[in-house]
Design a protein around this ligand. Structure first.
Ligand code: HEC
Ligand code: HEC
Ligand code: HEC
Ligand code: HEC
Ligand code: HEC
Ligand code: HEC
Length: 418
């Protein structure tokens, strides 16, 4: 029975890859609860598991589809790269806004001034526990920094509702019931729900009342993403249009993250502002900033997906118009647009420490016009054990020439201190 089911699912996933996934007959969650048998098996669940799941644990169940051995990626809904597809010196393959969990397995070591430094892969993001796929608990943080959520419980369903019950109704409010879900609400191509219908919330994220291991969410954050979101940014940027909260059941992005990190960068603490308008000086700098030493930019084409902001809107139609992957919506921020956690961090994992969108460990991110690598003569302290190709991959394949020959960290996109 189980083997038959697996075969069916594999075939469905392969179909998705070729046909695309929005509105396709091979969609799985379609914005809500998917076919039960994709995750549960009534009579032959995984040995040692719980809840009759097909994987040994919750995250392994999700990754039975969201990671695929033999991947040549980036591949649509894949958010993890199998070990065999990323040998030493080779970066994970996926380029999604959330990031590829494979970075958690990339340990780097390098010697600076006679001292051996180790950058553990586990510092690159959220260490979800997935026994079947080789992901294990973070060894440094017993709980979420700034909070109590236990690291040994961190799983996909700590953040995503596996049953996708949260839905956006026609009046814009979020609820767990009230109308049937007709499809995903995440994409720029997703239809707006008509009266009597609903769409799934952004990325099936956990919403108000969702309780896990001692924390309870207050609402879901608003955003829209282009339907092809997992792609190289060699030429085209993928813009996730993050929004702010207004209609019932919504949360800001920073409040959502603060469900588990209540004392991390939250307002009232002596830390970087979040959920705060950029103000006219920062917004103007963002529009002018091209790269270190070059402030000749045009605001209308200044967006950088390595330092995004939340648009001061919760109108999904407006957000959808910004969610593009063809460089047609690169307008920079206005003064009321906001800085938030995801301005600096990714949500899953990144190529860098603290899950940051760029390498913040040093003054330069490029050197002599190239991405620093152990194989191109760059300084050890900037390459930090990575090959040039790995470094480029961590910037989603952008050419180093996007930036200055000696580019400083991307805090400067908003602050221009360089
Ligand atoms: C995308 C994967 C996925 C799908 C599809 C899915 N489930 Fe689940 N289900 C889970 C996970 C993961 C858990 C464990 C939740 C936890 O750890 O708290 C679970 C738990 C449950 C539970 C235990 C109680 C609870 O609510 O947590 C029930 C009952 C359940 N699922 C029923 C269903 C039914 C019925 C369907 C089909 C309509 C379904 N599930 C589809 C992943 C899934
Ligand atoms: C049987 C294969 C399968 C399993 C198991 C599975 N997924 Fe998916 N997932 C897919 C496919 C296919 C898509 C893209 C089509 C869709 O969204 O229906 C997808 C899309 C998604 C999306 C984006 C949906 C949107 O509307 O934006 C999220 C988030 C997601 N999955 C999370 C999970 C989580 C969390 C689990 C485990 C609890 C899980 N998936 C288990 C196949 C699977
Ligand atoms: C700490 C919370 C958190 C955990 C844990 C988490 N996700 Fe996500 N996930 C998010 C958020 C937030 C987004 C939206 C990211 C964005 O658009 O910038 C997302 C996006 C996604 C997407 C859309 C593609 C992308 O990366 O943007 C998929 C698919 C997905 N998650 C599946 C999973 C699966 C499967 C797991 C477990 C292996 C998982 N997530 C664990 C928070 C989480
Ligand atoms: C369900 C609880 C939960 C949510 C929601 C959550 N986190 Fe975390 N986060 C954790 C836990 C637990 C850890 C510690 C374990 C680890 O680092 O893997 C952590 C660690 C981190 C780290 C440190 C990573 C490292 O390895 O140094 C950062 C940065 C972070 N989270 C940012 C975020 C951001 C940004 C969001 C919102 C998109 C978010 N978190 C949402 C639970 C959560
Ligand atoms: C302006 C950029 C920026 C913003 C915005 C930001 N962070 Fe951070 N965060 C950083 C940097 C840089 C670090 C690395 C350590 C440091 O400098 O404190 C970090 C570190 C962290 C850590 C790891 C702390 C540790 O002790 O290991 C967590 C967790 C975290 N951030 C969560 C968040 C959350 C949650 C939000 C939103 C509420 C957020 N960050 C907003 C830049 C930012
Ligand atoms: C998306 C834009 C954005 C990014 C990226 C960003 N900041 Fe900020 N930062 C702001 C805004 C907005 C403020 C508040 C307004 C102001 O002080 O000008 C701020 C304020 C600050 C302040 C002053 C805080 C105070 O209490 O006076 C410092 C210091 C700072 N940022 C450092 C950083 C560093 C370091 C980074 C990179 C790790 C960074 N910022 C990245 C937008 C950003």
């Amino acid at each position: 029975m189980r083997n038959t089911k697996k075969l069916y699912i594999t075939a469905a996933c392969a179909g998705l890859l070729t046909l695309g996934f929005t509105g396709s007959a091979f969609a799985f969650h379609s914005g809500g609860v998917a076919e039960c048998g994709g995750c549960h098996s009534m009579h032959s669940p995984a040995a040692g598991g719980t809840f009759l799941l097909v994987g040994t644990d919750q995250s392994s169940t999700c990754l039975s589809c969201h990671e695929h051995a033999g991947d040549t990626g980036p591949s649509s809904y894949h958010i993890s790269t199998a070990d065999a597809d990323m040998p030493s010196g080779v970066a994970p393959l996926q380029r999604t806004p959330g990031g590829d969990f494979g970075w958690l397995k990339k340990d780097y070591s390098f010697t600076v001034r006679g001292t051996l430094n180790t950058e553990a892969g586990e510092t690159h993001g959220h260490n979800i526990i997935a026994v079947d796929k080789g992901y294990s608990v973070d060894t440094e943080n017993a709980t979420a920094p700034g909070g109590t959520f236990p690291s040994n419980q961190l799983a996909c369903n700590s953040c995503h509702d596996p049953h996708g019950k949260y839905r956006r109704l026609a009046d814009g409010t979020i609820s767990r019931t009230g109308a049937p879900i007709i499809g995903s609400g995440s994409y720029n191509t997703s239809a707006a729900p008509a009266a009597g219908a609903a769409v799934g919330v952004y990325r099936l994220l956990a919403g108000a009342g969702y309780t896990k291991d001692g924390v309870t969410y207050n609402g879901v954050p608003a955003a829209k993403v282009p339907s092809s979101y997992n792609q190289t940014e060699l030429t085209n940027q993928v813009r996730t249009a993050y929004g702010v909260a207004s209609a019932g059941g919504h949360s800001t992005w920073s409040n959502w993250c603060s469900t588990c990190h209540p004392n991390m960068h939250s307002s009232g603490n002596m830390v970087h502002p979040v959920d705060q308008g950029l103000g006219s000086s920062v917004a103007t700098l963002y529009g002018q900033y091209v790269k270190s030493g070059d402030m000749t930019g045009t605001a209308a084409s200044s967006f950088l997906s390595l330092a995004p902001f939340a648009t001061n809107s919760s109108d999904y139609t407006a957000l959808a118009a910004l969610a593009k992957n063809d460089n047609t919506a690169l307008a920079g921020p206005g003064s009321s647009d906001q800085v938030m956690c995801l301005s600096c961090h990714r949500a899953h994992a990144s190529g860098f420490e603290y899950m940051l969108r760029w390498n913040n460990e040093g003054e330069f991110i490029t050197q002599n016009g190239v991405w620093p690598g152990i194989d191109n003569g760059a300084s050890v302290q900037f390459a930090r054990g990575r090959t040039e190709a790995e470094m480029r991959a961590a910037y989603y394949d952008r050419p180093a020439t996007t930036f200055a020959t000696f580019q400083r960290v991307l805090c400067n996109k908003c602050h221009a201190q360089d």
